[in-house]
Design a protein around this ligand. Structure first.
Ligand code: AMP
Ligand code: ZN
Length: 667
């Protein structure tokens, strides 16, 4: 009986692994998502029922859940070298000459690979099983990120077939472009700053403490090099081909070239084609194909002699700078923008580019009418990197940076050590005024339905609102006659505004737009001070005594309430019935029973949803933390608590309690 169950578990694992390989490595799905999930659930249920067959490399273990506070440093068994760079055909020919001289032969062939732009990783396999994953670090030792790496589906936990008993395989962890774009969409929707580029985001992902967060990121791993005491193949190319067969994602763009001129053809092809790849590359890597020749060539102090990287130039074009405009941000910061004659660059049409600040314009001596070089690197917004002086028109004049705000004509200021100019007219500058109201109505703040950024501009332009308190004086009759408005939309707006009076104090506090008071800080302040009156009368020392409130935030709060305009606006909000203190209802549920106690919540619960549980802990004065550490007082475990979490809790001797125990605790 037990044997058949074991067999069933093993065969499910094997089948799921194969589907994973087909999908993530070969990009060729052999099962529907639905059926895959069904089988995975079946396996999961069996593993739960028969824990004696637990295997940390089972496909069910890909979801993560372990927390790593400090990543262990691991010495690489074999050093991870960097690569020498080349930038031209001449460089490559010279390299060829050098190696042919050392090898004393004219017979050299090369493997050409793409140079994947991500974070390098060193994977160790033992008897077909992934044992360790370590970041490059300084090349001699790196960080053990095995738990995080295991969540990346294209990395095999168990190999499909015989390969080499013990080996290390090196590759690049990357974030494909469409996955990166989706992550950014989600971030923008959450009101957060988008990530700058896929490379940094991929490399940052490796060091996340919660592996289930890593599991959610669409990371991929492309492999390019194998290290072992003895490799049973003659060439680098064969080794990689076999690595692909046993489960690794080796991109099929690799090619063998028998001369530097065909290497150069490969380079030229990919210099153009790279914009159609699903991920970013920053060059090509050329490697001597014969492993015997590689060994003969060896290494310099820094890099292998048998390989060289060819770096693509960042995509660059020249075009005409037609105009420089200046944008004012919600906080008054000025950003100069180059308006360009549209130009095709790295697969997109570019019309605008960032000029950063006054210093940058002066340093490059950028002038209107100039032909400028526009570059698109890893960042999303292209930048101007120089001027083609030979094309400068004779009547050209140096750019004078604006001295006054383009919106309100107030003289700009520039704080010492600050690269940016600011418009100090906080309460009179249209963009700053509308920006603040737009923040007030936004989803995470007052969440006023029926109103968008343009509505705010329209109402402001019509002289109906100049601050967020004015919203509460609006009437349908005022709105209906406005452009693109009708009775229905006017009703919606008024209803949305009316409803915002129910929004709890912590959100109102965030909506006020006090500099550095984001959502979390607003929550902390609301919980601590309980009303705007208490907060307004708090001293600097009282403010910084609150957990996680530092000097910068405290000063900004004092500054905000030190301004009479803000006090008047707040008095009006109070009069209109906006929640400026914690409601009786909330207060009633709030106790200090758990004060000073830190909880970690893990698993699935029946009495509470996870969020309810977290809220309840906070309401009773406790702290919720996502990672288990010595500072944790209790772990509330639901069903399916992660095994590694459990192990860690036991190791640290932290009591694990059930949701029922918790309920008793707060009663
Ligand atoms: P660099 O960081 O510019 O010095 O280039 C060296 C790095 O390129 C290595 O550490 C690898 O992480 C990375 N790399 C990306 N693709 C490849 C490839 N196909 N072969 C070797 N190294 C690569
Ligand atoms: Zn202004």
């Amino acid at each position: 009986m037990s044997d058949t169950i074991k067999d069933k578990i093993e065969s499910l694992r094997k089948e799921l692994r194969l589907h994973n390989y087909n999908y993530y490595v070969l990009d060729n799905a052999t099962i529907s998502d639905y059926d895959f999930d069904k089988k995975l659930k079946e396996l999961d249920a069996l593993e739960k029922k028969y824990p004696q067959y637990f295997d940390e490399n089972s496909p069910t273990q890909r979801v993560g859940g372990t927390i790593t506070k400090n990543f262990d440093t691991v010495v690489h068994k074999t050093r991870m070298y960097s690569l020498d760079n080349s930038y031209s055909l001449e460089d490559l020919l010279e390299w060829e000459k050098r190696i042919k001289k050392i090898l004393d032969t004219t017979e050299v062939s090369y493997t050409c690979e793409l140079k994947y732009d991500g974070a390098s990783i060193n994977l160790t396999y033992n008897n077909g099983v992934l044992e360790k994953a370590v970041t490059r670090g300084d090349g001699f030792s790196g960080d053990d990120v095995t738990e995080n790496i295991k969540t990346i589906k294209s990395i095999p936990l168990v190999l499909k077939d015989d390969f080499i008993d013990t080996f290390q395989i090196r590759g690049e962890i990357i974030l494909p472009l469409d996955g990166f774009a989706k992550m950014n969409e989600a971030r923008i929707a959450e009101g957060e700053e988008p990530y700058k580029n896929p490379r940094n985001t991929a490399s940052g992902s490796l060091k996340l403490q919660d592996s289930s967060e890593v599991a959610k990121r669409p990371l991929d791993c492309l492999l390019y090099h194998i290290v072992a005491d003895k490799i049973p193949f003659k060439t680098h190319f064969e080794t990689l081909e076999r690595a692909r067969e046993v489960g690794f994602k080796v991109p099929d763009a690799i090619e063998v070239c028998n001369s530097i001129s065909s290497v150069f053809e490969f380079i030229s092809k990919w210099d153009k084609e790279r914009y159609h790849l699903p991920y970013e590359i920053d060059g090509i890597v050329v490697k001597v194909n014969s492993l015997a020749q590689q060994e003969e060539l060896g290494y310099t102090a820094k890099a292998p002699r048998w390989a060289i990287a060819y770096k693509f130039k960042a995509a660059q074009e020249s075009t005409l700078l037609k105009e420089i405009t200046y944008q004012v941000g919600r906080t008054g910061a000025i950003t100069p923008v180059a308006n360009l004659e549209p130009v095709q660059l790295a697969g997109t049409i570019v019309k605008r580019a960032s000029l950063h600040n006054a210093d940058q314009i002066e340093k490059l001596d950028i002038r209107i009418g100039d032909t400028v070089f526009v570059e698109k690197g890893g960042e999303i917004i292209p930048k101007i990197v120089g001027v083609d002086i030979s094309k400068r028109p004779p009547n050209s004049v140096p750019t004078k940076y604006i001295t006054h705000c383009p919106d309100c004509n107030t003289a700009l200021v520039r704080a010492e050590g600050d690269a940016k100019h600011y418009c100090p007219n906080e309460y009179g500058c249209p963009t700053q005024i509308t920006g603040r109201i737009q923040h007030y109505i936004s989803r995470k703040a007052m969440n006023i339905d029926g109103m968008g950024a343009e509505t705010v501009e329209l109402l402001y332009n019509e002289g109906l609102i100049t601050n967020y308190a004015d919203l509460y004086t609006l009437t349908e009759a005022q709105i209906i006659p406005l452009e693109r408005m009708a009775e229905k939309s006017a009703q919606n707006i008024i209803r949305g505004i009316e409803k915002s009076k129910e929004v709890p104090f912590e959100k109102v506090l965030f909506a006020l737009g006090i500099r550095f008071v984001g959502e979390t800080v607003a929550k902390k302040l609301a919980r601590h001070f309980k009303s705007i009156d208490n907060l307004m009368s708090a001293s600097f020392d009282e403010l910084i005594a609150v957990e996680e409130i530092g000097d910068k935030i405290a000063e900004s709060i004092l500054n905000f309430f030190g301004n009479l305009i803000n006090i008047q606006i707040i008095d009006r909000l109070k009069a209109y019935g906006v929640q400026l203190k914690i409601s009786k209802e909330t207060l009633k549920h709030q106790t200090t029973k758990l004060s000073g106690k830190t909880f970690v919540v893990s698993g699935v619960f029946t009495l509470y949803s996870r969020n309810e549980l977290k809220k309840s802990i906070e309401d009773n004065g406790g702290k919720v933390s996502s990672a288990i550490s010595k500072k944790t007082d209790y772990i509330i475990a639901g069903e399916n608590m992660g095994p590694s979490k459990k192990e860690k809790a036991e190791k640290l001797g932290i009591p694990i309690i059930s949701e029922l125990d918790y309920k008793e605790m707060i009663q």
